[in-house]
Design a protein around this ligand. Structure first.
Ligand SMILES: Nc1ncnc2c1ncn2[C@@H]1O[C@H](COP(=O)(O)OP(=O)(O)OP(=O)(O)O)[C@@H](O)[C@H]1O
Ligand SMILES: [Mg+2]
Length: 390
């Protein structure tokens, strides 16, 4: 008997972290072929993919050569640190970049997405200024006022971000931002520090038809720009949800590529304030692995493969709590799994990262219950049992 593939398609995953790993699970369930790439060996998604390669994806020549050699039907970025020139040229040569190269470029640059949202589409954001040389730092900061957030123009997961309370601290924040910035650009964004009531992710799916559909809002908490816990649904006023959907629709209609988007918002009083978005599954959205009929990874696949998404429904209130390493190790091991799994309706995902370092996300606990508060408590209770050893 020959091999039968329901959807004979080859997917090339650029970035092989925990989100990529779950994408591979869903892709393999649909019978797709997946090749995983990252800059280090044995990355989480590589452990499940059909094949994998270690390359420098920020190098244009290297990335272009590898993609041309592999001839994938879809190139699916999982990270932001990619040579955008390579992706743009390949798209011009007829290769499918998910959701499209322009969107990947806009969303990997804080200034490009902010200009599009705020200036072109008239969407409400925090007050902001760009600074491209250190001489302008004080003047541009005084226009925003203190406290402010200073962020590299290119970075993610809170890297290089500082909360600056007074002008004396600007220079060290600037230096820290440039040190942690991706690529060669010298520049930062200054943002008014918003004292928001809460923040949330609106997973938004753009179908091939141009229709946009939405998941229930996901609440989350961040520490130093990195996500700690998330939950779905988030109790919030329907009119605020509608406002967020309207904003997401404006942006997705402009970006116009099929796939899932994690659109991030702040809520302050009756205001919905747009922050940023990622054109791929979102870390806070791992909650959908247990909360929804179709999780964010399968939604992404269905959207760019042009498969039906007849309905998205919430099955049960659910929550996540991340498992963070507090030490460095070249061979991390885990204890406490027995205790963690004793908590009802709880799953533990260990990402299988080959090394740990202080602050690195190594796993996540997922928990569901008819009562959201119990789901949140259970996720916390379970996650605290897991210990990472060197
Ligand atoms: N203007 C702001 N006012 C108050 N808090 C903010 C502001 N901007 C960002 N934050 C806080 O910092 C977090 C991270 O910010 P942001 O999403 O811009 O960073 P990031 O590095 O792109 O993170 P990621 O890639 O993980 O989404 C936000 O989720 C929010 O908690
Ligand atoms: Mg963010």
């Amino acid at each position: 008997m020959g091999s039968f593939k329901f959807i004979p398609k080859k997917i090339l995953l650029l970035g092989s972290g925990e989100l990529g790993k779950e994408l591979v699970v869903e892709a393999k369930r649909l019978g797709l072929e997946v090749i995983a790439i990252d800059k280090y060996e044995n990355a989480p998604a590589m452990q499940l993919a059909d094949n994998s390669f270690v390359i420098d994806m920020s190098d244009k020549k290297t990335l272009k050569k590898k993609i041309k050699e592999l001839k994938p039907d879809f190139v699916v970025p999982e990270i932001e640190a990619l040579s955008i020139e390579a992706l743009k040229e390949l798209e011009d040569e007829g290769i499918n970049i998910v959701p499209n190269a322009r969107t990947v470029e806009i969303t990997m640059n804080r200034d490009k997405i902010r200009n599009l949202a705020s200036k072109e589409l008239n969407i409400k954001t925090a007050k902001f200024n760009y600074v491209f040389n250190v001489e302008e730092l004080e003047k541009k900061s005084s226009e925003i006022g203190f406290p402010l957030l200073l962020k590299p123009l290119m970075s993610s997961s809170g890297k290089g971000q500082s909360l600056v309370n007074r002008k004396e601290d600007l220079l060290s924040a600037w230096n820290d931002a440039l040190k942690n910035s991706r690529g060669k650009i010298v520049g930062v964004i200054l943002e008014e520090f918003l004292n928001f009531d809460y923040e949330f992710t609106l997973l938004s799916i753009r179908k091939n038809s141009g229709e946009n559909v939405f998941c229930e809002p996901i609440g989350h908490e961040q520490y130093k720009g990195d996500y700690q816990c998330s939950w779905q649904p988030l109790e919030m006023n329907q009119s605020l949800i509608n406002e967020a959907r309207k904003i997401a629709t404006k942006i997705l209609n402009n970006l116009n590529g099929s796939g899932i988007y994690g659109v991030e918002f702040f809520v302050r009083g009756k205001e919905v304030i747009f922050s940023e978005l990622s054109p791929r599954p979102h870390d806070t959205g791992m909650v959908t692995l247990v909360s929804q009929n179709i999780n964010e990874f399968e939604l992404h696949l269905r959207a760019f493969l042009n498969l039906p998404i007849p309905n998205i429904s919430l099955l049960k209130p659910s929550a996540t709590r991340v498992i963070i390493s507090d030490k460095e190790s070249n061979n991390p091991s885990y204890t406490g799994l027995n205790e963690a799994l004793e908590v009802e309706n709880t799953k533990v995902l260990i990402f299988g990262k080959p090394t740990s370092k202080k602050g690195r996300r190594m796993g996540v606990v997922l928990s569901s219950d008819d009562d959201l508060n119990i789901a949140r408590e259970n996720a916390d209770k379970s996650a605290i049992k897991i210990k990472i050893n060197s």
